[in-house]
Design a binder for this molecule. Structure first.
Ligand code: FES
Length: 117
């Protein structure tokens, strides 16, 4: 539980940080599929596990140059969830839903309300 604007919100433990050191991992919170991965800054990120191109599971992809790469057509997404083209330019109009997360006790946590909304 954490405090957010005066109300208590439920945190959900997704996985151990060690579980995503070698690549992205699919987790489910409520009925939502998520992908947890480690960005270039060494901190975990939590995205919807669904590529905005053709709905592939991003958790089946890999991390390359600090970006999450979709397994189907190799679209890459930066730590903010923006699609980054082969020219290295991020497209702010094409992004994967991203959820704020925190690390506590060696695990990755998100607020359940944020994931379910
Ligand atoms: S489905 Fe992800 S790049 Fe095409």
């Amino acid at each position: 539980m954490t405090e957010n604007c005066g109300r208590t919100v439920e945190d959900v433990r997704l996985c151990a940080v060690a579980d995503v050191q070698d690549g992205p991992r699919r987790v489910v919170a409520g009925d939502r599929g998520l992908v947890v991965w480690i960005a270039a800054d060494g901190a975990p990120r939590v995205f919807a596990d669904r590529c905005p191109h053709r709905d592939a599971r991003l958790s089946a992809g890999h991390v390359e140059a600090g970006r999450l790469v979709c397994p189907f057509h190799l679209w890459a997404f930066d730590a903010a969830g923006r699609h980054v083209g082969p020219d290295g330019v991020a497209n702010p109009d094409c992004r994967v839903p991203r959820f704020a997360c925190r690390v506590r006790d060696g695990a990755v946590w998100v607020e359940m309300d944020a994931v379910m909304s």
